[in-house]
Design a binder for this molecule. Sequence first.
Ligand code: HEC
Length: 157
Amino acid sequence: MSWSHLAKCSLAMLWIFLSIQASCWAQHERDIAFEKTMGDNYVKALNILDNMLLGQDYKMVEESATAILQHVDEVNSLSPSLEPPERQWFQLYVNQLKWNTEQLISFAQEIHKIQQSQQRPPSHTQVLAAQQFGHMITTCVSCHSQFLGALKKRAAP
Ligand code: HEC
């Protein structure tokens, strides 16, 4: 084997090594961004719970739910690569999260409007909003129960 051949071979191997490193790094970056988005979902969900239960600040409920809704696209784009049918299941949960969060936002907006008119919101409206919060959290749990551990296991060497 000539020196130039050897040099070419070494360069090719170095290139393959660096590409693998780069794609691992990109995946790692995506995972960190995904976890950050989820962490923020958690903070916002706690904030909603706090305000529904005690603070009764439905403007805050609306704002926190809107932040979760804005994260939906990130959850989609940063989600790990999944093969069908898991890809479709994941997508279904993402769509459910979107739908349930949108409904929660409409309830919060209605209640906030009533509050602004200096009236006390009817208690059943608040109960409906709480039920809708339950639907949203159920969606978080549904997706986690299927994908949380599974993804971590898959990522392990
Ligand atoms: C479509 C699926 C899906 C939905 C819906 C979803 N999550 Fe997650 N979530 C995941 C996955 C997958 C992980 C694990 C990410 C990983 O492997 O690190 C995760 C991780 C998390 C974590 C841990 C983050 C960390 O630092 O490791 C929190 C907290 C979290 N989610 C909160 C929520 C909340 C709150 C909701 C609902 C508002 C929600 N998630 C909805 C898929 C989902």
